[in-house]
Write a protein that binds this ligand. Structure first.
Ligand code: 3NM
Ligand code: MG
Length: 538
């Protein structure tokens, strides 16, 4: 085949496996169905086969691929690739070293390499162009397809690290495909989240085995994948900074919608927060349900206007949390994530990172310690779960909030005397090959202030209950609404209530009660033109 290896379309890369074919299907028929419906690259991967049989199969599949003008890559077996004149080879970290592969196959053949870590990218960058043409970035999620996996799943965050390493090392010639456990339920999210931090690079495609090879209808499966790749719009979010010129109008509208829709807010939260959070939810016109039952998460997620508050202060078992994330993501219902004490211990960090890689969150809310450590801007351990008290300026907090929003493609909220809210959602758009161009420092961010309210830090669960309030607002607005506006409204409402309560209370006992009363009053009056906070766009 005459093709320019620089023009290869990596968007939908099928890797074969003859051990998982459904009854009545052959390797040939599955690959053909894939090619007919939008597969752009094929890799023949046979782990247990005699050379003679591999060659016979490779020649057959090569003929098929040529009919569709799609390149054929051979896994591991450089001899087979050379013997049949394949278009490329793919090797792993434990296979033949890349410089030797290149020497054997010559300059024109595509070479692919499995990469999971930054140092591997540094190596390929040192080799320079002309060695590795593309990398399989993985394993992204756990998969049963690869026997004896040697790497732990990296999640989208690990893939972002690899993309960043490519950018940092100026390896602009190297294309990328994500691989490992990719299925329609997570592909949009992976494409959406995996963008280098400078905004310049996104994945060039996805590579997968079982979703097509094991599909009873491989044609339909491929068509579905093709749709996800071509749509480029993640319907989970529906955003873009609107935050209308007349802010009080925006707040009023959000409160009106919450009032008429009365969202059900499922709380998976810590024991300290449970009772107060339920009362705060009621105060802002919503219904709380404090359920940590795995069996009912899907049912709850299907209720119109449901939302999930996931607070990791003291937690339900991991499988329950993961199932809840899966359920709310599946129904495209909002999740507010509160990574309590993110960096207080290694255990908490690991738990939170595991959850963050498991799903898409509408909003991530934390105090300065949590947001700074999520943004990797501080290595300082938190003492307990209290907010960071060291010297820190607002510019740095704004930057950390933007980094968290950008990294997790979410609306990030950092609480403190000044609250910061950044919108990293890009309106749900996602990209192949080149990213949105903007980096974290370019995304919208606002700060909200109404003077210091020290007593806010003297009661338990005040931060957690802002999480409840946000969940009520993002759950309560109409699905086509701007969720950034909903988050801003929740923060402004809560802050105004805090201020009002602080002028009415006599100590932290009555502050608790006054805070609930103030929320109730402000929400039900719904006269935001009287609210005391100021909002500044940064
Ligand atoms: N390589 P599925 S993961 C062949 O991480 C392969 O390098 C991987 O199969 C890597 O799409 C993998 O069925 C298997 O999860 C991917
Ligand atoms: Mg190999």
């Amino acid at each position: 085949m005459v093709f320019n290896k620089n023009d290869v379309d990596y968007s939908l890369y099928l890797v074969t496996d003859s051990s998982m074919l459904p009854e009545g299907k052959s390797l040939y028929s599955q690959v053909k169905a894939g090619l007919e419906n939008g597969v752009t690259l094929v890799q023949l991967r046979e782990k247990d086969i005699e050379t003679k049989d591999f060659i016979r199969e490779a020649v057959e599949i090569q003929k098929l691929c040529r009919e569709f003008n799609v390149p054929l890559i051979i896994n591991d077996r450089i001899d087979v690739a050379l013997a049949i004149g394949a278009d490329g080879v793919h090797v792993g970290q434990d296979d033949m070293p890349i410089p030797m592969v290149r020497k054997l196959v010559g300059p024109d053949m595509i070479i692919g390499w499995s990469v999971g870590f930054r140092h591997e990218v540094e190596t390929l960058a040192q080799w320079g162009p002309g060695m590795v043409d593309y990398i399989g970035v993985g394993t992204i999620f756990s998969t049963l397809t690869k026997k004896n996996p040697k790497k732990a799943p990296m999640g989208p965050q690990g893939a972002i690290d690899v993309l960043n390493a490519l950018e940092d090392n100026k390896a602009d010639w190297c294309r990328t495909v994500g691989i490992g456990g990719l299925h329609p339920v997570n592909i949009e999210r992976v494409l959406y989240q995996c963008v280098s931090s400078n905004g310049k690079r996104a994945l060039d495609g996805i590579s997968l085995v079982s979703d097509i090879m094991a599909a009873p209808d491989a044609g339909a499966a491929t068509k579905n994948l093709r749709c996800l790749l071509d749509n480029r719009s993640y319907k989970f979010v529906n955003l873009g900074l609107k935050c209308e010129t007349v802010l009080s109008q925006t707040y009023k509208e959000v409160v009106n919608q919450v009032t008429s829709n009365r969202p059900l807010v499922q709380h998976m939260t810590n024991k300290v927060h449970q009772n107060f959070g339920a009362n705060v939810t009621l105060a802002v016109g919503s219904s709380p349900i404090m359920s940590e039952v795995k069996e009912e998460v899907h049912e709850l997620a299907q209720i119109p206007h449901s939302a999930l508050l996931l607070n990791t202060g003291s937690v339900a078992p991991l499988d329950v949390l993961r199932e809840a994330i899966t359920a709310y993501n599946k129904e495209k219902r909002p999740i507010v994530f509160d990574p309590v004490g993110y960096s207080a211990t290694e255990t908490r960090k690991l738990l939170n990172d595991t959850l963050l890689s498991h799903g898409q969150f509408t909003c991530i809310k934390g105090n300065t310690s949590e947001i700074l450590s999520l943004a990797k801007l501080t290595k300082e351990k938190m003492k307990g779960v209290d907010a960071f008290t060291g010297q820190i300026d607002n510019e740095m907090i704004a930057q950390a909030t933007r980094v968290v929003a950008y990294t997790y493609k979410t609306i990030a909220v950092c609480t403190g005397e000044y609250d910061f809210i950044a919108d990293g959602t890009f309106g749900g758009r996602y990209y192949l090959s080149s990213g949105p161009g903007l980096s974290a420092k370019d995304i919208p961010c606002v700060t909200i202030h109404n003077g210091s309210i020290p007593i806010m830090g003297e009661i338990t669960a005040s931060g957690c209950s802002l999480g409840s309030t946000i969940a009520c607002c993002v759950g309560g607005v109409a699905p086509e609404s701007n969720l950034f506006d909903a988050v801003v409204t929740a923060v402004v409402l809560y802050k105004t209530a805090g201020k009002l309560a602080s002028t009415r209370c006599q100590g932290n006992g009555s502050f608790n009660v006054q805070l609930l009363d103030a929320l109730y009053q402000l929400f039900h009056e719904n006269s935001p033109e009287k609210w005391s906070t100021s909002l500044e766009r940064l």
